[in-house]
Ligand binder design. Structure first.
Ligand code: HEC
Length: 105
């Protein structure tokens, strides 16, 4: 499965796009910003697709639009794999992780 690679790519997108600035380095949320880790894929996808179309359900959510509007389908797909399957160690010191062969299938 390509899921491991997508997970790692999603993690890179998460940090590269600055999502961590509001949703936290551990994606568990910060202050008024909601946690994203472990949320269902369908929910994350629904929200990101709507923000990308510049639809915000709350005034707060307007903040999301500039961060979502330039995401590609592939980036959204990777982000939701990373967030819904979130499994980082509590004390992760480094973002990089060697990508090992995935054993096929
Ligand atoms: C400037 C701060 C900020 C940044 C940066 C940011 N977000 Fe958000 N995000 C928010 C706010 C505010 C909400 C809406 C909370 C609400 O509706 O009350 C939100 C909501 C969400 C939601 C829906 C969660 C929910 O419970 O409603 C998702 C999914 C999400 N953000 C993903 C992302 C991703 C992925 C990135 C990076 C591309 C990102 N956010 C970057 C502030 C931010």
């Amino acid at each position: 499965m390509a899921t491991d690679r997508f997970y790692d790519e999603g993690k890179k997108v998460y940090f590269a796009k600055g999502c961590n600035g509001c949703h936290g380095v551990d994606a568990k949320g910060l202050a008024q910003y909601p946690g994203l880790a472990y949320r269902p894929k369908a929910f994350l996808n629904y929200k990101l697709q709507r923000y990308r179309k510049k639809i915000a359900d709350t005034q707060q959510a307007q903040l999301m639009i500039p961060f979502a509007e330039h995401l590609t389908d592939a980036q959204i797909q990777r982000l939701i794999i990373f967030l819904s399957n979130y499994h980082e160690e509590a004390s992760h010191q480094t973002i990089e992780r060697s990508i090992k062969g995935d054993g096929g299938s």
